[in-house]
Design a protein around this ligand. Structure first.
Ligand code: MN
Ligand code: MN
Length: 306
């Protein structure tokens, strides 16, 4: 029986490429694995798949009775809904340790690096399996996406060395140009329904029993949002009503200015803002240097709600 490899809900490029790359490795070492996904592809991920000639992994939401590897998270809230009825074979991740657990011994590769695909490259090296050219290209793109072309504070030397090695394997000479091309695709937000933008990279967190939703949109120039902020704020307010979070945050990240504008709707604005040492004007605040949800937004919020 084949096993599955799947990333998190609302999959990003790391989750999709990670599922493909890890499934290929597992299959090569004798464990037939199928990449899968828990949601629709973002325009950025579609760009990567098209560029390297790959089809989207199978859309599969239910895993009861199946065996699977999880990539790019270890949180129940981000995993398949029925994961408790599946056999968890392993976790490959680069986030804080979440609340997933297993009934049987599992393989665990978790490293504090900028991208799951950096960890997967380490796994290929460990097993001495060659990475096919096109998978190497996609892994490179996933790392450039997660590390915001090395600008994110989550980026490590291991990620940079990994991209350099993958670029050589994939025959990509100017990987930074490819990274910018990818972020231009990501920056195309005009003529998109507000809810699609809010949900494009959105995660719900359970912070000590308090539900916090955090979305992020990374663009090359924040000015693209100038006419849209009021509508985005109205939509996160609506989302909060529908899903019942304590707070919903939307980070509009400018990758060139290296900071984020925070849009916030909260039951307790003052409390939520304690995390950021700032005040909001009309529910908005500029957070200089803040690029990473994982490293600069989730930890301080978690402290506040501890
Ligand atoms: Mn991810
Ligand atoms: Mn990731």
């Amino acid at each position: 029986m084949p096993v599955y490899v799947v990333g998190h809900k609302i999959p990003d490029s790391d989750s999709i490429v990670g599922a493909i790359a890890l499934a290929h490795l597992k299959t090569q070492i004798g464990e037939e694995a199928i990449p899968a996904r828990l949601g629709q592809l973002s325009p950025e991920t579609q760009f990567i798949l098209d560029k390297f000639g790959f089809a989207a992994p199978e859309l599969k939401m239910s895993y009861a009775g199946e065996s699977l590897y999880i990539v790019d998270h270890s949180d129940i809230a981000l995993a398949p809904d029925d994961i408790a009825e599946a056999t968890l074979l392993g976790i490959v991740d680069h986030h804080k340790l979440g609340d997933l657990t297993s009934d049987t011994p599992l393989e665990c590769w978790i490293r504090p690096v900028g991208c799951s695909n950096t960890v997967i490259k380490m796994m290929y090296d460990f097993h001495q399996v060659a990475i096919p050219k096109d998978i190497a290209g996609m892994m490179l793109c996933a790392i450039l996406s997660d590390t915001v072309i090395f600008k994110s504070p989550t980026c490590t030397t291991a990620d940079i060395r990994c991209v350099e090695a993958l670029a050589e394997m994939a025959g990509i000479e100017d990987f930074k140009a490819l990274g910018m091309e990818m972020f231009e695709v990501k920056s195309a937000v005009l003529n998109t329904p507000m809810r699609d933008l809010v949900m494009r990279d959105f995660k719900n967190f359970n912070m000590n029993g308090v539900k916090i939703g955090i979305g992020q949109l990374e663009v090359i120039d924040l000015a693209i949002f100038d006419q849209m902020k009021a509508d985005l704020q109205a939509d996160i307010a609506k989302l909060k009503q529908e899903e019942g979070q304590h707070s919903v945050l939307l980070l509009l990240t400018d990758i060139m200015q290296e900071g984020s504008e925070l849009l916030l709707i909260s039951d307790d604005v003052d409390l939520a803002l304690k995390a950021f040492d700032t005040t909001t004007v009309d529910g908005k605040a500029w957070l200089p240097g803040v690029m990473s949800r994982k490293k600069q937004v989730v930890p301080p919020l978690q402290k506040v709600f501890a």
